[in-house]
Design a protein. Structure first.
Length: 68
């Protein structure tokens, strides 16, 4: 079944696509600026990907609010 014909899959795809973009950007650039304890800690970053994809508006909002 095509993802665009099923409305639930389409909405999940519509939500997860910007979430994945925010996750990649945040984990590569933003987390070091927000949390100084995360500098150099690369082993736990893949564990954050599902949560960032789910809560990407909140992550983006906090990143903008806390970034210097």
């Amino acid at each position: 079944m095509d993802a665009l014909t099923d409305p639930v899959r389409f909405l999940l795809l519509l939500w997860a696509t910007p979430g994945l973009i925010v996750a990649v950007a945040f984990l590569s650039v933003g987390i070091d600026r927000i949390d100084h304890a995360a500098v150099g800690a690369y082993a736990f970053r893949p564990l954050l990907i599902p949560g960032i994809i789910l809560l990407w508006p909140l992550v983006l909002w906090r990143w903008v609010a806390l970034a210097p």
